[in-house]
Ligand binder design. Structure first.
Ligand code: DSN
Length: 423
């Protein structure tokens, strides 16, 4: 097999991204600058360790790049400490578990089937396999987190760590309530803001940093950057664990978290990706990004309202952020089939369990949409109404190839009017 084949496939994928309508809530399109840094010569460099304390020579330039990434992220989120080395959100979470817990310790997260994430205690993930997970849920009636029940579960189960955050929850979080119960039971509070990070950075959603001991995120969803992860600690962070080294010394939390990423869970950092993260944060600090983030939410609200007007049921009745979860029961189609037929019409999304789903994660009764990527392409409120029409036509005619082809052509032509790549 020749490497040429890979470049042909990359070109095909570029065409797919260019022509299609991207509604996957966790995806976005990076700027040319981010792309350039991610594909740069920095991929050649080993730099195990941290700026000023590396295990390899030749790191003086790498150090400056990583410092800029750290300082830009601190400024963007108002964090006191940032580690930009986690390769992904899952890696960031793994490092937090290593830093804060012993195997077998109890953790409490939002149930995966209610919008949570694999790394928040799922039995098939390290977080559920090596630790003892308990879960809080959303109400069946309104799809919102039941805070009373969450607090009661925490008081009863006394987890050592509580995780607030989700990958399929369309509402803002009340971090204060989580902190109240965490303080009551002496638990560590971690927020995973992977999905809404860009909206939080610009003050559109509640800020977890004043309330949560630890905040983790990815950098590629609403933050519109390179694929990657990050760990942050807030300004008021006090050592809630009384962390002692085997020699009995109290360690700075920054040292604990740095050690948990490297050498705890990772080897050499991806410095090309750290450079791309630096550019991501610099871009997110701009006024242009504020306009973008507001448009993401406006688009999500119009899309969700337009879908409701066309008879779709949205869990919780709408959205505060960039995403929405659609219950397809009344449309007599499963999430699995809906995902497939939408793809035939050049619309990509993912099947997703809905709370209290009667179908398996492989079939599901729902689909999840997000507006971060389409907003990057410049789509606005009027386009959201068109998208709701496209989705409605496809879901009403899943076996009608003529309709699917017609919608595909309409999608392609809408996307042709919004060029994506300059390279
Ligand atoms: N895969 C991400 C998402 O789609 O939300 C979570 O890891």
């Amino acid at each position: 097999m020749e490497s040429k084949k890979i470049f042909e496939l990359i070109e095909k994928e570029k065409q797919r991204q260019t022509k299609g309508l991207e509604l996957i809530a966790s995806e976005n399109f990076v700027s040319d600058e981010v792309m350039k840094a991610a594909g740069s010569v920095l991929t050649n460099k080993y730099a195990e360790g941290y700026p000023g304390r590396r295990y390899y020579g030749g790191c003086e330039i790498i150090d400056q790049i990583e410092e800029i990434a750290i300082e830009s992220a601190k400024k963007l989120f108002g964090a006191a400490y940032v580690n930009v080395q986690p390769h992904s959100g899952a890696q960031a979470n793994a490092a937090v578990f290593l830093a804060c817990l012993k195997p077998g310790d109890k953790v409490m997260g939002l149930d995966l089937a209610h919008g949570g994430h694999l790394t928040h205690g799922s039995p098939v993930n390290f977080s559920g396999l090596n630790y003892d997970p308990v879960f809080y849920k959303v109400n069946k009636e309104d799809g919102r987190i039941n805070y009373e029940d969450m607090m009661a579960t925490a008081r009863r189960e006394k987890p050592k760590m509580i995780i607030v955050g989700a990958s399929a929850y369309s509402r803002d979080f009340n971090y204060k309530k989580f902190r109240e119960v965490a303080d009551e039971i002496g638990a560590i509070l971690m927020a995973d803001i992977s999905h809404p990070a860009g909206l939080i950075a610009k003050g559109i959603l509640s800020d977890p940093l004043p309330y949560c001991h630890i905040v983790t995120t990815t950098t590629h969803k609403t933050l519109r950057g390179t694929r990657g992860g990050m760990i942050m600690l807030g300004k008021d962070f006090e050592n809630p664990f009384g962390y002692k080294t085997p020699k009995g010394e109290i360690k700075m939390m920054s040292q604990v978290f740095d050690g948990a990423v490297f050498p705890g869970t990772q080897g050499g950092p991806l410095e090309h990706i750290i450079a791309a993260k630096a550019i991501t944060f610099i871009e997110a600090l701009s006024d242009e990004f504020l306009v973008y983030a507001h448009q993401v939410v406006k688009n999500a609200q119009v899309l969700s309202k337009s879908l409701i007007e066309r008879g779709f049921e949205i869990i919780s009745g709408g959205t505060d952020n960039h995403l929405m979860l659609i219950d397809l029961h009344n449309k007599n189609i499963t999430g699995k089939v809906a995902e497939k037929v939408l793809e035939k019409a050049a619309i990509t999304c993912n099947k997703n369990m809905i709370p209290y789903d009667d179908r398996s994660p492989f079939i599901t009764s729902g689909i999840r949409f997000g507006t971060a990527a389409v907003t990057t392409r410049g789509l606005k409120e009027n386009d959201m109404i068109k998208i709701a029409d496209f989705v409605n036509e496809v879901i009403d005619n899943p076996e009608n190839d003529k309709v699917l082809n017609k919608v595909r052509e309409e999608v392609n032509s809408l996307m042709d009017s919004r060029p994506l790549f300059n390279w």
